[in-house]
Design a protein around this ligand. Structure first.
Ligand SMILES: [Zn+2]
Length: 150
């Protein structure tokens, strides 16, 4: 085992891409397996490379695999993606607004009057947002009970 290790002390970086793609001979595959068992560097490279390949495959950048594309167009996938998209968008906007407001409120160059004004505006926006949201929820509820009440 030790002699084999010494024999294989050259890194297998050039084989990793083929390994991920499953293009290696069994012998080469074994060499990568054996080497990566001992070499953290090549193991990390392999993990990173396979993660990269996975992402590229999912995004459909490489060759635009028909099946992958069809899978992406699948309703569930699209809904999930859209949901995540909205979450990211709203989260990003909220964080950006938060940073902006905090920076503005705690910045030394702004007067107390301006700070108050901005606070009032943002407070108003928040109230409007929540009132619209509340109205939507109430509308949905009354819609549900409309038939019963009439
Ligand atoms: Zn190595």
């Amino acid at each position: 085992m030790t002699s084999e290790k010494r024999k294989n002390n050259g890194h297998v970086a050039e084989l990793l891409s083929g390994y991920v793609d499953g293009e290696l001979t069994q012998q080469q595959q074994q060499r990568v397996d054996v080497h990566c068992a001992d070499c953290g560097q090549c193991r990390n490279d392999l993990v990173e490379l396979s993660a990269l390949r996975d992402n590229i495959g999912k995004a459909g950048f490489s060759g635009f695999n028909q099946d992958v594309w069809r899978e992406m167009m699948n309703d569930t996938t699209v809904n999930t993606t859209r949901g995540i998209g909205w979450l990211l968008l709203i989260g990003g906007v909220l964080i950006a607004m938060g940073i902006g407001v905090v920076g503005f409120l705690f910045g030394s160059s702004t007067g107390i009057g301006e700070k108050l004004l901005v606070s009032v505006i943002y407070g108003g926006l928040a109230l409007l947002f929540f009132s619209v949201l509340r109205q939507r929820l109430i509308e949905r509820k009354t819609d549900k009970y409309k038939d019963v009440e009439i």
